[in-house]
Design a protein around this ligand. Structure first.
Ligand SMILES: Cc1ncc(COP(=O)(O)O)c(C=O)c1O
Length: 422
């Protein structure tokens, strides 16, 4: 007897994106990769583990607590470095967290987002996401069966258009319960929300009674321009802030956090999230929390300060990638280039519009024949938007590889353009 297997959430392409990103380099070992947004290997320093632990041990001793119990026992579900994160929010963001239990220390952004979606959508509702969007969030939503509505970026940034989307959803009897946004230097399109845009999103969330899930994974990698306040600091009662230490310290720690809405009515969200966490991971690794907490203390609670050397290094790489693009794709007589890229003020990516379609087969062809791996932006879209765009990551490639890679990408584009020119 054969068992008919139903198409399940696990078959959804959005669940392949992260694995694909992680496996492309081993599938094409002789190609240079501009695909992965992983941090620079050179900046992943294991000495930080000992430094952070030693600093945290001093802190615990000062507080006359037992280090052995703090580090070796089962711990509080919400975390053991919540007070340190309160200080980090005060120092870096001027955000006052009145209740430390509003913070839940999580195993990376991914756990924070999983717990948030699980708790907010336990009785249905709709999640709005910009499209294209980081597949970490849409993948979890798919697994948890959270109905997700992708909103083209232009509409997402226009509060009237977004309000129309909410109206359309709600007039069909469904409720928009949350919206996901990366305020600074998004993945994959490297764009940021303006201050006006942030205020408009918060106003809409208030007016239409939904929450904002604000992802700040790349916020502390600003290379120029003035810092824009988080939506969390515009209205804490509407925003669940989700942070990650993957890029700022290193991903091996699997450390992140979420800060629930600061409001009597909705503070219960953090309680709900802790209840879910207590039966999933019980608590986040105390050792990893200690490393993060200790490093923050060492830097006067500032993640921005802790990031400074890394920011300087990525700034050089971003500038270098842009100068390689300028050299390989010079302005023509009409003052135009064969490709168009955005000029992000921070983050790990540059989003590029090509004069050709660039999907899965082009990615494979380019990697196999031209030895450069670039990732199609459309892989992050739920509706196939951005088929002529690629996301270039400058974070993990060396400067010499970046130069070679852009030259190879140019050769591939020229090859594909040839039939058009005939
Ligand atoms: C937008 C975004 N959020 C969060 C993360 C980090 O997640 P985690 O802390 O789970 O590694 C990433 C990593 O690629 C990302 O691009």
């Amino acid at each position: 007897m054969s068992i008919a297997l139903e198409r399940s959430a696990f078959d959804d392409p959005v669940l392949n994106v992260i694995n694909l990103l992680n496996s492309l380099s081993s599938a094409h070992p002789d190609a240079i990769s501009l695909a992965s947004g992983r941090p620079d290997d050179e900046l992943c320093d294991p000495a930080l583990i000992y430094k952070g632990l030693a600093s945290y041990a001093r802190y615990v001793n000062q507080e006359e607590q037992s280090l052995s119990i703090r580090l070796c026992q089962y711990g509080k579900t919400s975390g053991i470095i919540n007070e340190i994160l309160v200080e980090h929010m005060r120092v870096d963001e001027e955000i006052v967290i009145s209740n430390v239990e509003n913070i839940v220390v999580c195993m990376g952004f991914q756990e924070a987002a999983t717990l948030a979606l699980l708790s907010i959508f336990d009785d249905g509702g709709v999640l709005l996401v910009p499209d294209p969007v980081f597949s970490g969030i849409t993948g979890i939503a798919k697994l948890l069966r959270v109905k997700t509505v992708p909103v083209p970026i232009a509409d997402f940034l226009d509060s009237h258009a977004l309000s129309d989307v909410v109206n359309a959803i709600e007039s069909s009897g469904e409720k928009v319960k949350a919206l996901y946004a990366i305020s600074d230097f998004s993945n994959p399109t490297a764009d940021s929300l303006s201050f006006e845009g942030r205020k408009a999103l918060v106003a809409l969330a208030r007016a239409r009674d939904f929450l904002i899930l604000e992802d700040n994974a790349y916020r502390y990698f600003r290379y120029e321009g003035a810092r824009i306040p988080l939506m969390k600091s515009i209205d804490s009662s509407r925003v669940v802030l989700m942070g990650s230490f993957a890029k700022s310290i290193f991903p091996g720690l699997r450390m992140g956090y979420l800060i629930g809405p600061e409001d009597v009515e909705v503070t219960s969200l953090s309680t709900k999230i802790c209840k879910a966490k207590s039966v999933i991971t019980v608590n986040t690794s105390a050792l990893c929390q200690a490393v993060v907490g200790g490093l923050l203390i060492e830097n006067d609670y500032s993640l921005k300060a802790l990031n400074e050397p890394k920011t300087m290094s990525y700034l050089k790489k971003r500038n270098w990638m842009i100068s390689c693009l300028e050299e390989h794709f010079p302005l023509n007589a009409n003052g135009q280039r064969a490709i168009i890229w955005n000029d992000p003020e921070g983050g790990f990516f540059i989003n590029v519009q090509l004069p050709i379609r660039f999907g899965y087969s082009e990615m494979q062809e380019c990697a196999t024949q031209f030895k450069v791996i670039v990732f199609p932006t459309s892989f992050f879209s739920l509706v196939g938007t951005g088929i002529n765009q690629v996301r270039l990551s400058f974070s993990s490639a060396t400067v010499s590889d970046i130069y070679l890679a852009i030259g190879r990408l140019k050769a591939y584009i020229e090859l594909k353009m040839q039939p058009l020119a005939l």
